[in-house]
Design a protein around this ligand. Structure first.
Ligand SMILES: CC(C)(COP(=O)(O)OP(=O)(O)OC[C@H]1O[C@@H](n2cnc3c(N)ncnc32)[C@H](O)[C@@H]1OP(=O)(O)O)[C@@H](O)C(=O)NCCC(=O)NCCS
Length: 344
């Protein structure tokens, strides 16, 4: 007979605990955040050899994601009392984005992660998301195996890039060519309510042109509603040339001291390198106004033109992850599209 519990996650009789998957409730939020921080802290410590002070550098994922997509947030609860894992998922129209997923280290390899992913898949199916994706660690056999089990295929790398902008490092947007209407930037938060609706419809036209059915309205509205940052609209006269959903430090997905762009797109008919360059310069100016030290821009390597432009703008890779995808449309990305998107 076992005298002691030799491994957390097993009961005194050595049986697997009873773990149930359920949707996140308001009262769970800080616990879910702790589970994420602790689990990723353990994982990164194993990878890097030292434990980061904060797993996500101060970036937050739980509270606003739950407010934005409560039906897509799940916990694994042991004996109806202890949260041991969590998964967050969101639908951007027909695109379902999964993550973060975390299971407390002592509870690994007991199928809890799979149960959480299955719950997220069901949520995607209920909401008719036809393309499902996430990003994961390309060097981890376990992660590739796990997502493969659900039909996810490894695609290209996502490079999370950044550039220091304090000490006068922000670029100045180039002056317009003579006779040409200049590009201007407006912030979504400054629009009247009726104009916000119209702006969302114009933004939807852009995302729909990039991937049929993709809709980022929820992300824009939550950033606006909770003041997590702002969405910058790049315009030329009455034309919307592009948009960028920016998170600023505090309770958003931006780490401390950085302005983080979650999603940026240039309207495909306007996809000129100079538009992305000008937009990056505008965002750096926004960052300087806020007093942040860095701008973080994620880029999926399939958008090769965008990646090259960022390198030319002086951005360096902080880390890379691999994008995993299942469903349709497969390989919708046009390498010439000027898109910066993060599926974390
Ligand atoms: C990734 C994570 C959520 C998985 O949770 P989990 O509860 O351990 O996962 P499960 O037990 O459901 O499934 C793990 C599977 O990987 C398999 N596995 C474990 N180690 C493996 C390895 N080295 N190579 C291949 N497969 C491996 C297990 O056998 C199991 O498969 P099986 O049920 O078919 O036998 C968990 O490890 C975690 O929280 N990691 C840290 C945070 C993280 O990386 N999150 C995901 C970011 S994308």
């Amino acid at each position: 007979m076992r005298a002691t519990v030799d491994r957390a996650g097993l009961d005194p009789q050595g049986r697997l605990p009873k773990v149930q998957i359920r949707r996140v409730r308001k009262g769970d939020l800080s616990k879910v955040r702790d589970v994420m921080e602790q689990t990723f802290g353990d994982f990164l410590e194993r990878q890097l050899g030292t434990r980061p002070r904060q797993a996500f550098g101060g970036a937050q994922y739980v509270h606003h994601r739950w407010l934005m997509e409560p039906w897509g947030c799940f916990v694994a609860e042991e004996d109806s009392s202890k949260i041991v894992g969590a998964a967050l998922a969101v639908t951007w129209g027909t695109v379902g984005v999964l993550g973060p997923v975390a299971v407390l280290t002592n509870y690994h390899n007991q199928t809890i992660g799979q149960q959480l992913i299955r719950a997220a898949q069901d949520f995607f199916d209920e909401n008719k998301a036809t393309l499902h994706g996430c990003v994961t660690y390309p060097t981890s056999p376990k992660h590739l195996y796990l997502y493969h089990k659900f039909g996810y295929r490894p695609k290209h790398l996502t490079a999370v890039m950044s550039r220091t902008i304090d000490r006068g490092g922000a670029r100045v947007p180039a002056s317009p060519k003579p006779g040409k209407t200049p590009l201007t930037a407006r912030r979504f938060s400054t629009l009247e309510e009726a104009k916000k609706k119209a702006a969302l419809a114009r933004i939807h036209r852009i995302t729909n042109a990039i991937c049929r059915g993709m809709d980022l309205a929820k992300e824009i509205e939550i950033v606006d509603g909770l003041a997590l940052g702002d969405t910058v609209l790049l315009e030329r006269g009455r034309d919307l040339i592009g948009f960028a959903i920016c998170h600023t430090p505090g309770v958003s997905e931006a780490p401390a001291g950085a302005l983080y762009v979650k999603f940026l797109a240039i309207d495909p008919p306007h996809r000129k390198a100079e538009h992305l360059e000008q937009f990056v310069a505008t965002i750096e100016g926004f960052g300087q106004e806020l007093g942040v030290q860095r701008v973080i821009l994620p880029v999926y390597a399939r958008y090769w033109t965008a990646y090259n432009i960022l390198v030319q703008c002086g951005y360096q890779i902080d880390f890379t992850m691999v994008r995993m995808q299942r469903g349709k449309p497969e390989d919708y990305e046009d390498p010439a599209d000027l898109v910066l998107d993060d599926w974390r």
